[in-house]
Ligand binder design. Structure first.
Ligand SMILES: NC(=O)c1ccc[n+]([C@@H]2O[C@H](COP(=O)([O-])OP(=O)(O)OC[C@H]3O[C@@H](n4cnc5c(N)ncnc54)[C@H](OP(=O)(O)O)[C@@H]3O)[C@@H](O)[C@H]2O)c1
Length: 317
């Protein structure tokens, strides 16, 4: 059942030309649901138009354009956001907090109630020896001086996403919040591109630290499931994989290359482990129960990355 006002009205997706947005757009279309891609540059959304999506232009800082973009939509996936290390805090405040306020205000003005929001596990103050649940202390609530997440997370991003969740909770009447771990997958110019660059080197140093990385397509499937499940309204869900290390990633990439997949990597050379016997874990049992969230294996996820890297532009998801 679609938990939306009007079953054939489109699902509006912000940031549809971004990395995760591309995977969510593909999952919505694959599920046979109508998509309205809300983007800053329509020329970069032609592949979505070719699949039957409506494409509309709106910046998060343009309230009237957002209201036009959301009018008549059945639901909103709020995905557009600045990622880590994008500048000073006021840059984050403008896009990730004030921009989200504009978006949710526009949704309220056009009577759009159902929202699935893409947040992040960065909203927690991660603790190493605990499995973090959706009830774990948030970034603003935990005031200890130094914490693991201060080392691994851009505090500006974490704080802005925490505040964005608060804005969403204040405005939206039927809200689901999704909190993915670090995301990898095809089309990712950050984490995955770094892995591919490292895998192309003759000698590469790789830490053994366990990172709760999750494939973008698994986050996208959980997003579509949330849109369709009334039980997910009013809840937040962690969407993270079991801890896997950069060392595992690089070894798998080399092995897949040796099997003939992925000209972007190197089959031979040294991957030198840097022992760091720590890992970060998130409890995802609620997402497994309500959203059928089952993260794919790292090997399957990396196969997708290498296959997409050999396809002509626009043909991968
Ligand atoms: N990547 C990760 O590891 C990760 C982990 C957890 C959560 N997330 C969350 O996943 C979501 C998507 O992130 P991503 O990794 O896919 O990042 P991304 O590739 O940088 O995509 C961000 C999208 O937001 C759009 N955007 C940025 N500023 C905007 C503005 N002022 N107005 C309208 N649109 C704007 C961008 O538009 P353009 O396409 O025009 O640039 C882009 O499409 C974010 O909410 C992020 O917090 C990401």
């Amino acid at each position: 059942m679609l938990v939306m006002n009007e079953p054939r009205a489109p699902i509006a997706l912000t940031g549809a030309t971004g990395f995760l947005g591309g995977h969510i757009a593909a999952a919505i279309l694959d599920a046979g649901l109508p998509l309205r891609a809300v983007v800053r540059d329509p020329a970069r959304a032609r592949h979505l138009e070719a699949r039957g999506a409506e494409v509309v232009m709106a910046d998060l800082n343009d309230g009237p354009a957002l209201a036009r973009a959301l009018a008549g939509a059945a639901a909103l996936v709020s995905n557009a956001s600045l990622g880590s290390w994008a500048g000073e805090y006021d840059v984050y405040q403008r896009v990730n907090v004030d921009g989200i306020e504009n978006l949710f205000d526009a949704a309220r003005r056009v009577g759009l109630e159902r929202v699935v929001m893409i947040s992040t596990v960065a909203v927690y103050r991660t603790q190493l020896r605990r499995v973090m649940t959706e009830a774990s202390p948030g970034y603003d609530a935990d005031t200890r001086r130094l914490n693991w997440s201060d080392v691994t997370t851009d505090w500006r991003y974490a704080r802005s996403k925490t505040r964005a969740e608060a804005v969403a909770a204040r405005h939206a009447r039927a809200l689901t919040i999704l909190r993915p771990g670090p995301i990898y997958g095809s089309g990712d110019p950050k984490l995955t591109a770094r892995y591919l660059r490292s895998a192309a080197r003759r000698v590469v140093l790789a830490p053994t630290v366990g990172v709760p990385q999750v494939h973008a397509a698994d986050v996208a499937l959980a997003t579509v499931a949330a849109l369709q499940r009334p039980d997910s309204i009013g809840r937040a869900y962690n969407l993270a994989g079991p801890p896997t290390s950069p060392l595992q990633v690089l070894r798998i990439l080399r092995r897949l290359h040796a099997e003939g997949l992925g000209q972007t990597t190197r089959a031979r050379g040294w991957v030198v482990p840097i022992p760091l016997p720590i890992s970060v874990r998130f409890d995802c049992s609620a997402a497994r129960r309500d959203l059928d969230f089952v993260p794919r294996s790292l090997e399957d996820g990396l196969r997708e990355v290498l296959r997409a890297a050999t396809m002509p532009p626009g043909e991968s998801s």
